[in-house]
Design a protein around this ligand. Sequence first.
Ligand code: TMP
Ligand code: ASP
Length: 238
Amino acid sequence: MKVQKLNQLYEGKAKKVFETSDPELLIVDYKDDATAFNGLKKGTIESKGIVNNKVSNFLMKMLEEKGIPTHLVEEISDRETIVKRVTIVPLEVIVRNIAAGSLSKRLGLPEGTKMKRTVLEFCYKDDALGDPMVNEYHILAMDLATPEELQRISDYALAINRILSEFLAQAKIELIDFKIEFGRTSDGAIILADEISPDTCRFWDSETGEKLDKDRFRRDLGNVEGAYREIMHRLLGL
Ligand code: TMP
Ligand code: ASP
C-alpha cells in the first residue's frame, strides 16, 4: 500500500503515531521505551518495538479471521504498521482469567488463583488520575461510551479472550489477563485498536509458570528481552 508518512500526531509511552496522505489511515511506530507505574519507572527493552509490532499484528490478523474487527491494515516495516484512524474510547478494558497483579493486591487473592469465572474490568484512561477503575454506571454517566457501544465492547472483549486463550494454549502460553482498547471509526463502528503484546498481557508458560511478559520489567525479574523474544518465537517462529 502506498501511503506517505506525514507529520507526527502523537507520541505515547510506547508508540508514535503519524498522519498519512490518506486521512482515514495512520502509521504507528513502536518504540523500545518501557514505562511502568504510570511512567514512574522508565527503561528500554531492546527490540521490544519489533516484537510488539509483529506480535500485535499477528494476533489481530488471527482475530480478524475469527470475526473481530480491528484497526490493522498493513505492516510496512519491523516497527511500523498502517492502521485505520479511530477515536479511542477512553477506557482500558481488562479481562482476567487467573488472579494476578492489581486484582491480587486489591482483593487479597494470591497470584495464580483460579477464579470461578472470567472478570471484566474498565479503567478510565486518564494519566493525571492514574487510570482509575470505573464500572458501567460511571461509563454511562460520564458518557464515555453509549450503552450500545459498551455492550459491543464487552461482547468483543470476552470473545477476544476466548479466541486468544485457546490460540495461545497451542503455543504453551497461558493467558492470565490482558488490557485492550477500542476505537470508533468515522462511520461509528467499534473496532479493536491499540496493541496486543507482552506489554499489555500477562503470558505465563503453561508448563513452568514462567512469566513471559512486561512483569519481568515491572518487577526486575531479569531476562526481559529474552521473554519478549520467546513470545515472538513461539507465535511467529522468528
Ligand atoms: P493490572 O493487574 O496491573 O491491573 O494489569 C492488568 C493487565 O493489564 C495486565 O495484563 C497488564 C495490563 N496493563 C496494561 O496494558 N497497561 C497498564 O497501564 C496496566 C496498569 C496494565
Ligand atoms: N504502561 C504503563 C505506564 O507506564 C503501566 C504498565 O504497563 O505497567 O504507566
